[in-house]
Design a protein. Structure first.
Length: 63
């Protein structure tokens, strides 16, 4: 899968200014990323596509 709006690379580990996209695993800069709160936790996304995938699947059980 190729994203067109990557802010940083997959290699960089998340820190205080970065977060890991829960859908694709990409490390994103918090100040530039799309973000949403869910169940009291903040999630950051590299693209609208990953945000939509998260929203479409967040209520499905984890197997």
């Amino acid at each position: 899968m190729h994203h067109t709006s990557h802010q940083t690379s997959h290699e960089k580990e998340p820190g205080k200014d970065t977060a890991k996209d829960p859908v694709c695993g990409m490390t994103v800069r918090k100040e530039e990323a799309i973000h949403r709160s869910y169940n009291g936790q903040e999630y950051y996304f590299c693209s609208e596509r990953c945000l939509q995938a998260f929203e479409d699947n967040r209520n499905k059980p984890v197997l």
